[in-house]
Design a protein around this ligand. Structure first.
Ligand SMILES: Nc1ncnc2c1ncn2[C@@H]1O[C@H](COP(=O)(O)OP(=O)(O)OP(=O)(O)O)[C@@H](O)[C@H]1O
Length: 296
């Protein structure tokens, strides 16, 4: 071994030792007793939950839009949330994404990321993507360009100008076009797409940023039956790799999302709290649910 190599080896060992000691200082030496070391700010779903809301209350001039709401979503889960108008579904999404601050309660992404201490843009950057009801794509650009833009993410203007797709990125866009059923429309101007196709494109744009949790607000509103079915297929194909929270009024769509697994959990919100939670059959048979929602 040459002296240079020996010196390089010594430097590497010293750096490793310093890193180990620094880690011991910041975590109280816990990595000696636990095999898993969690990096601050990194999503940790080792305990199973990707989203944990506890006792969240949001008041508007004394009116409680959310009233001690608690909700747990597991990593990889597809959870449907239903509830009558005014139940608090949008307010719940607003709390998760940092748009609205609750009066009290806890909201964690994984077991370590405290959402209530973060701004909206920070929450988006740790991996929570939100799809609003209305599609918001860049109408003048092609489908491909929309996805390309989403891939660029929040690079600065100058970096975006000089951004060139590498082959891996071009492949990712190709795969996404297939997934969202827009392969044949890649060069089409987005403004010319049908409502359903625009919704898929926007979902594709969200997915290009690889969110860990997707919040989808009435994604099939205004879609044809065929588009609704395809959307259900798309969401089911994402389940497992992503976690999805789907707020929806369309019961046919909820049926399609739960058909492969009838035990899949559905949550019913009412007056800012969870009224019922269980399989679709269970919540549909629940008298309180029938009274406030399904029986209307
Ligand atoms: N900014 C606000 N100021 C006052 N009241 C509000 C505000 N935002 C929501 N609310 C009220 O809080 C309650 C819950 O509203 P939210 O929009 O969360 O319900 P929702 O379940 O999403 O309803 P929908 O299905 O109609 O969209 C409603 O009574 C609503 O009027």
């Amino acid at each position: 071994m040459t002296p240079e190599l020996m010196q390089a080896g010594a430097r590497t060992r010293q750096a490793m030792e310093e890193k180990k000691n620094a880690g011991a200082g910041s975590s109280g030496g816990r990595q000696h007793s636990y095999s898993r070391v969690v990096t601050p700010g990194e999503l940790d779903v080792a305990h199973g939950a990707i989203l944990y809301l506890d006792d969240i209350t949001v008041s508007f001039d004394g009116f409680k839009a959310l009233n001690a709401l608690s909700l747990n979503i597991s990593a990889g889960e597809l959870r449907c949330i239903i509830g009558p108008n005014g139940a608090g579904k949008t307010t719940m999404m607003d709390v998760i994404t940092g748009k609205t601050r609750p009066d009290v309660g806890k909201a964690f992404f994984g077991s370590t990321i405290d959402l209530l201490r973060m701004r909206e843009n920070e929450i988006a950057s740790v991996g929570i993507g939100r799809k609003f009801q209305k599609p918001t794509v860049f109408e003048q650009l092609s489908v491909f360009e929309n996805l390309e833009l989403a891939l660029k993410g929040d690079r600065g203007v100058k970096q975006s100008m000089f951004f060139r797709l590498n082959s891996e990125q071009a492949d990712r866009i190709g795969d996404m076009l297939k997934l969202i059923h827009l392969k044949d429309s890649a060069q089409r101007t987005a403004g010319l797409l049908s409502h359903g196709q625009k919704q898929w494109l926007e979902i594709g744009m969200l997915l290009m940023q690889d969110p860990k949790l997707l919040l989808l607000d009435e994604p099939v509103a205004g879609m044809t039956d065929e588009e609704t079915e395809r959307t259900a297929e798309l969401f089911l194909s994402l389940e497992g790799n992503h976690s999805l929270v789907v707020v929806e009024h369309d019961m046919k769509f909820i049926h399609e999302l739960t058909r492969d697994n009838p035990a899949k959990k559905v949550t019913v919100l009412h007056e800012g709290s969870v009224l019922a939670e269980g399989s679709l059959a269970d919540v549909q048979a629940n008298e309180k649910v029938v009274e406030v929602y399904l029986g209307r």
